[in-house]
Design a protein around this ligand. Sequence first.
Ligand code: IPD
Ligand code: CA
Length: 263
Amino acid sequence: MDLDVRFGAAIAIAEEAAQLALRHFENRGALTVEHKGLQDLVSAADREVEQLVRTRIAERFPEDALLGEEAGSGGAVSSRALWVIDPIDGTTNFLRGLPHWGVVLAFVADEVVEHGVIVAPVLRERYVARKGRGAFCNDRPLKVTGTAKLSEAVIGFGSNKKTPHQPYLAALDQLLAEGIEYRRLGCASMNLAAVASGKLDGFYEAKLSPWDALAGMLLVHEAGGRCNDYLADDGLLRGNSVLVGNRPLYDSLAAAFKVFSEA
Ligand code: IPD
Ligand code: CA
């Protein structure tokens, strides 16, 4: 399997998809929007962008399997070569005109995440990571922070309506008492990119789908951070919690959020 060719294709496809998404963003008032669940939206832009990505991958790699947020997988998740697609991560931000959203692609070969690409066109940022070869934003190498005290840390949080919020508030309460600051960007992949970039010291969300999680977690890993074992317990099929952090703070964050595995 040619990983170099797939990595190059992932960048080109994500860039093309991001330009399509940006055109919709600029005319977002005209989009048809549906509710998939409580505070869980999908627009015609999400569906059209995913279809473009699927078409481009199928043209070049017809033997590879696809898992996308909007169109699913057709049961092919255990395939040797799997593209994981979020056409728009941060749909709520997108529909409200906030800048933190992006097209996210990850590639999994034999259950190893080989590369990830996130293109955030409003921010003019393109994040890429390859396993063992580093993480970059617009070709600049990324490195996590060295912040060692919770009282100097700024942590990203995400929450959604698929998990109860009380445990989350308990952990936040504990960490706020220790002196942290926090941010909520409303886009999991961009939170993970922010940790990889040294803009945040860590990020936690109790349950994320693989299209939200895999590309950004590889970025953090390649930028020198620590990550929980997302693929454990059938994470690729069922989703999992996500915790990432810089090296000194990860253990404190893991204790607060009761995350027990590390990749
Ligand atoms: C969502 C965003 C949000 C996170 C949710 C995700 P979507 O993705 O990343 O920040 O809190 O858990 O589902 O639905 O906008 O692709
Ligand atoms: Ca999405």
